[in-house]
Design a protein around this ligand. Structure first.
Ligand SMILES: *Cc1c(COP(=O)(O)O)cnc(C)c1O
Length: 236
């Protein structure tokens, strides 16, 4: 599979990121573009890597690990982000191969990640997934419970888990403005927690925004945007 005009699409997304930064008084170096390659084959990652992209996101552990291993054999070693729900029984595989787990959504899962990472001698960067819109059908910690899981994380001894911020997946809408209030709410939640000053973490990252609304997310403070289709075209 070949993505048509990949170089142009990558340039366009980077330009859009720069423009959103300019509008909001931010610098592009503070926004990490995670290219989401779920359901795209290895050669698409390879082409994106050749075009300079260095961070990739996958939703499913099995699909991701297969690509990660195949690409590693070719010397292609980007930073890999797990952005889909992590089932308990896949935690070990995920920890062995991914650098980031963006979808920590329970204390139980966090405890397990910490223990397994210790066993595997892997340092792992994590984000707490927040169900910011309190959507009944969505996974993620409810906003009111985020401090509680952070307190739990703070009490894990000698943990190789580094808690670096919050992540959210908002409901898809054609209107890029639809999610603005939720992006803002995630940032405000982060700011409130940090201002309380009682937790030993710097929650510097906010992972929010996808192809349809990443410029809005950047205006609201995203430091990680997860973009697939705007780079690679529609998924089958
Ligand atoms: C698929 C996916 C994305 C990317 O969506 P696009 O519409 O392809 O940009 C981002 N985040 C998560 C959690 C996803 O599942």
């Amino acid at each position: 599979m070949r993505v048509s005009n990949l170089t142009e699409k990558i340039d366009a997304v980077k330009r859009t990121i720069e423009e959103a930064c300019l509008r909001s008084g931010r610098v592009p170096q503070d926004v990490l573009l995670v290219a989401v390659t779920k359901r795209f084959p290895e050669e698409v990652v390879e082409a994106a890597w050749e075009n300079g992209l260095r961070a990739f996101g996958e939703n499913y552990v099995q699909e991701g690990v297969k690509k990660i291993q195949g690409l590693k054999e070719k010397g292609i070693t980007p930073e890999w982000h797990l952005i889909g729900h992590l089932q308990k029984n896949k935690a070990r595989q995920a920890i062995r191969h991914f650098d980031w787990i963006e979808t920590v959504d329970s204390k139980e899962l966090l405890g397990r990640i910490s223990r397994i990472a210790q066993e595997e001698k892997r340092r792992i960067r994590c984000l707490i997934q927040v169900n910011i819109s309190m959507d009944p059908g969505k996974s993620g910690i409810l906003p009111g419970d985020v401090e509680d899981i952070l307190r739990y994380a703070a009490n894990l001894e000698d943990s190789p888990v580094s808690i670096e911020g919050l992540m959210t997946i908002t409901r898809y809408s054609q209107d890029p403005e639809a999610a603005r209030k939720w992006f803002r709410a995630l940032r405000e939640l982060r700011d409130t927690i940090m201002e309380s000053g009682t937790l030993p973490f710097n929650l510097k990252h906010l992972s929010m925004g996808m192809s349809n609304d990443y410029p809005v997310a950047i205006e609201e403070g995203a430091t990680i945007v997860r973009v697939g289709q705007a780079l690679f075209g529609p998924r089958e």
